[in-house]
Design a protein around this ligand. Structure first.
Ligand SMILES: O=C(CO)[C@H](O)[C@H](O)COP(=O)(O)O
Length: 226
């Protein structure tokens, strides 16, 4: 699955930028990744619930909300109630991540847990039993266009093993620095869903960039895990 991140889109032309990766299921982006940043949990400030509500009216692509915010215990539920498909909170910011996951699922969303590059996956193995998605950050969260940190791949590999052996039931997602040079190593590590901002929205044709990334990832994933 490819999830273009609108962080690298032109916000003044947001509907057009979203439509540029739209179309029929199977051909379009699988998810649309929306980065919510609060200038506290991360140093950057992006957008919040009112903009997500407008995006939800603009597209049929399932919305993947990545909340880089403090106090997700209070704020995450609103994104699920608005209709986001997957709502991801940061393990480092959540006071009660199991309660958040239960609330998100009760509101009809998938529950995602994200870990920063320096956060140990092992600390969250019990918590992850309550989640649908693990988002492994492969850059320090906050900005697009950063260099991919391959040192996080063992976490993706371990999560994949736990899924394949039935210990966890999760989609493994990765975010940060994913492009034509890095997507294959992530796919070989067992990642199912790839967030790509600059690699999609800095491309001349974002739809072709999505397809090219998918065409690269699928054989690498299948060779290692098919
Ligand atoms: O969460 C994020 C940054 O915190 C973005 O989703 C990420 O930066 C995507 O951009 P790029 O693919 O250019 O690295």
């Amino acid at each position: 699955m490819i999830a273009p991140s609108i962080l690298s889109a032109d916000f003044a032309r947001l509907a057009d930028e979203i439509n540029a990766v739209g179309g029929e299921p199977g051909k379009r982006a699988d998810w649309l990744h929306v980065d919510v940043m609060d200038a506290h949990f991360v140093p950057n400030l992006t957008l919040g619930l009112p903009v997500v509500e407008s995006i939800l009216k603009t597209t049929e692509i399932p919305i993947d909300c990545h909340l880089m915010i403090e106090n997700p215990d209070r704020w995450a539920i609103g994104y699920a109630e608005a209709g986001a498909h997957n709502v991801t909170v940061h393990a480092e910011a959540a006071a009660d991540p199991i309660a958040i996951a239960k609330d998100l699922r009760a509101a009809g969303a998938k529950a995602g847990l994200s870990i920063k590059p320096g956060t140990d996956l092992d600390d969250y193995l019990e918590v992850l039993k309550h989640y649908d998605t693990l988002l492994v950050m492969s850059v320090e969260p906050g900005f697009g266009g950063q260099k991919f940190m391959s040192e996080v791949l063992p976490k993706a590999r371990k999560a994949r093993e736990l899924v394949d052996t039935g210990h966890l039931k999760l989609l493994v997602e990765i975010d940060g620095g994913i492009n034509a040079d890095t997507i294959e190593q992530a796919a070989e590590s067992g990642v199912d869903c790839f967030v790509a901002g600059s690699a999609v929205y800095n491309a001349e044709d974002p739809a072709k960039a999505v397809q090219a990334l998918r065409d690269q990832a699928a054989p690498a994933f299948n060779a290692a895990h098919g």
